[in-house]
Design a protein around this ligand. Structure first.
Ligand code: SF4
Ligand code: SF4
Length: 286
């Protein structure tokens, strides 16, 4: 069996097409994420993962650190020489993007809230599914976000607020899938309105690092659409994304979502819909 980009793309899209976790049950049973993923690879030896310790914080795990811990817990051996990171994009359903734009200027729509809660559950199930499929091929892999001993969210840390020990978006950047935008969203071929995932695989895959832009904000045109869309002015040209302001607003949506949609989650995403980078990499004016 050849394990390559086609293999991952097929596995992910088939999961999104067929697994019930990707259906918007209780709304209209449509897909939460469109089965149109894009996949990128990076090498566990890539120096960018050490740079992330400076950029994000010392707590952010390198793939080697995470995989070492995984091996220790599971009594496995690895030389760590062939480690690769697989990053993938889960594009949000077009109907959901449209609804979240039209619904309100401050609260998320029902489909958006479902995507935040049940879509993330589908994302984690997908990561575990990929790990199992690789195991079936005799390849060890781990999805750090799904392992309690690897994944933690820090409300306050050495470099600011709200960060985790494993950032999917940074894994996607390392894997040449796009760049960050003014709002901290990840702009890629399927657009910023997405969720994403990443796993570590003990198998040499061809790195896409050469596709990685030198500027981490390369694909943001600074059009300002997201600045205008944010109901609490958490995005600005001067300070980019104010995580604290954003999180206060996002957290305040919980009672509204519970009362109106009957689910316990927070959400917003207004800066991700009906903006120039929602569904593609926007064109720069020349
Ligand atoms: S909406 Fe415009 S300014 Fe905001 S992240 Fe996208 S491209 Fe950048
Ligand atoms: S998620 Fe909402 S509050 Fe946060 S930056 Fe985007 S629009 Fe603003």
């Amino acid at each position: 069996m050849v394990i390559d980009k086609d293999w991952f793309t097929r596995k992910i899209n088939d999961f999104l097409r067929n697994d019930v976790s990707n259906k918007m049950v209780g709304v209209d049973s449509s897909f939460i994420f469109e089965p149109k993923t894009v996949v990128g690879f990076s090498s566990g030896k890539d120096p960018i993962f050490d740079e992330y310790k400076e950029i994000i914080g010392q707590f952010h795990l390198t793939p080697k650190e995470a995989f070492c811990k995984f091996c220790e817990i599971n009594n496995l051996n690895s030389t760590l020489e062939d480690l690769s990171i697989v990053g993938f994009v889960l594009p949000i359903n077009e109907k959901t993007k449209k609804e979240n734009y039209e619904y309100s200027k401050s609260m998320p729509s029902e489909r958006w809230a479902h995507t935040r809660l049940y879509g993330e559950q589908a994302n984690q199930k997908l990561q575990k599914f990929l790990v199992q499929e690789l195991k079936n091929e005799g390849i060890n892999a781990v999805a750090p976000m799904t392992e309690r001993y690897l994944y933690k969210v820090l409300k306050v840390h050495e470099n600011g607020v709200w960060a985790s020990t494993w950032s999917h978006r940074h894994m996607l950047f390392a894997s040449g899938l796009g760049s960050f935008g003014l709002s901290d969203g990840f702009i890629n071929a399927r657009g910023k309105a997405m969720r994403c995932g990443s796993i570590i695989v003990d198998y040499k895959l061809p790195s896409d690092a050469s596709k990685r832009p030198t500027d981490p904000y390369e694909f943001c045109t600074e059009c300002g659409d997201c600045v205008k869309r944010c109901p609490v002015s958490a995005i600005s040209f001067e300070l980019r994304h104010d995580k604290q302001k954003c999180s206060l607003h996002v957290g305040s949506t919980v009672p509204y979502i519970k009362k109106n949609y009957g689910i316990d989650i927070y959400g917003c995403g207004l800066c991700q819909v009906s903006v120039s980078c929602s569904s593609c990499i926007p064109k720069k004016n020349t």
